[in-house]
Design a protein around this ligand. Sequence first.
Ligand SMILES: NC(=O)c1ccc[n+]([C@@H]2O[C@H](COP(=O)([O-])OP(=O)(O)OC[C@H]3O[C@@H](n4cnc5c(N)ncnc54)[C@H](O)[C@@H]3O)[C@@H](O)[C@H]2O)c1
Length: 446
Amino acid sequence: MLTKQFNISRRRFLKTSAVVAAGSSLPAWFIEETRSYAAATKPLSPNDKPNIALIGCGGQGRYDTTLAAKFANVIAVCDVDGKHADAASKQFGGAKAYKDFRKVLERDDIHAIINGTPDHWHTLVNIAALKAGKDVYSEKPLTLTIDEGRRLVAIVKETGRILQTGSQQRSDARFRLACELVRSDRLGKLKHVITSLPDGPRKGPFSAVPVPTELDWDFWQGQTPSVQYVRERCHGSFRYWWHYSGGTMTDWGAHHNDIALWGLGLERSGPVAIEGKPLEEMIPGGFTAASEYRVNYTYANGVTQTCQSTSGNGPDGSVRGTPRPGEIPHGVKFEGTAGWIFVTRGKIEASKPELLTEPLPSNAARLYVSNDHMGNFFDCIRSRKPPICEAEIGHRSVSICHLGVMAIRLKRKLKWDPDKEQFVNDGEADKWLARPQRKPYTYDLA
Ligand SMILES: NC(=O)c1ccc[n+]([C@@H]2O[C@H](COP(=O)([O-])OP(=O)(O)OC[C@H]3O[C@@H](n4cnc5c(N)ncnc54)[C@H](O)[C@@H]3O)[C@@H](O)[C@H]2O)c1
């Protein structure tokens, strides 16, 4: 249980509020608050490696941190599960172990964090870290709601910190090539995009069991409704519950729908209409996020997209069965008047070889090049330039997945205004843009 409440930015604000900038049209409290965000972290000298902390020491957080350790000193690890924190501390040379991420963020010798928490914790940790003057590598899907994304993007702008989203397919040359070709009209007029994601598991019912002694279950649940501990709700499989995530729609959609938007050139925008449905009801008492689903999107330029789950691949991307009729393998397919290009991890193919083999003309628009997603984050910590998957892009890539989840759950057509980031005359759907946050795990915590 979270015992001590405090608000990092507020506390710093009070500490420094005696100093007020004169001669500015901005209100003094605002200037002071913005300055105080970065004031507590020691500047990084050009020859020093940054110090980093891992928050959320599960499988992915620890994997990310092994990559980050090439560029940085790992000096702290944090998890609400003591066993995970201890294991990470051992793995990263005795880095100090914490349970409460706010204690980590108080340290002035930490320059950046790796956020490997489950999806429902990403935003509160990220906002608190940005306000504490830390740069952030955050796992995808970047947010739990569209409201979280809008707030996060605003805080990144306000603080001037670097935030890289862990949608690492952007740093894979095959995906970049596919998007450059599509954006250079190699397929003629682009008509349709298919993003094919793995089916999620359809399992249950599950029973409540005693909470393991090493786990702070209340803290783990955070902003989500408090329920009895069920092992399958927690480590690893949290992603198959609406409370904590959006199923494979957000888990894998944050990769493949990210690439769809990149190819469409709409990575800071989104669709104008969404229609979706689950293909199978879930088992009562079991995982809640739709395991099989289909969502159709329409963009303002007339291009359409289908995002479908497929039986052909497991949630880890491994091939586990034969795709159902009409399904394509797990990946992204761009279809135009002159042919198609399909791209997935480790493979790019086209309806005609020359669509790939013909070099792009010298005047073709080329895209941001990163061949190392984690390396790009550390380069940007030095250069202070936006990383390849900055906050706005991470937010929009998961927004399209959240919109799909809403369409699946509401089982009807939704009209979306991507500029205003609101539904069009649809009060029922607008309610889904944010979720009620359980106290004390609200935005005020950050
Ligand atoms: N980029 C990729 O390819 C990729 C691959 C796998 C997972 N991920 C993402 O990484 C994230 C973590 O996934 P995972 O599979 O490692 O999950 P996991 O359940 O194995 O690990 C999450 C860890 O965070 C801890 N945690 C929960 N709340 C916390 C809090 N408030 N403070 C500190 N620690 C907290 C949990 O106890 C657990 O140890 C997810 O968002 C997932 O989508 C990304």
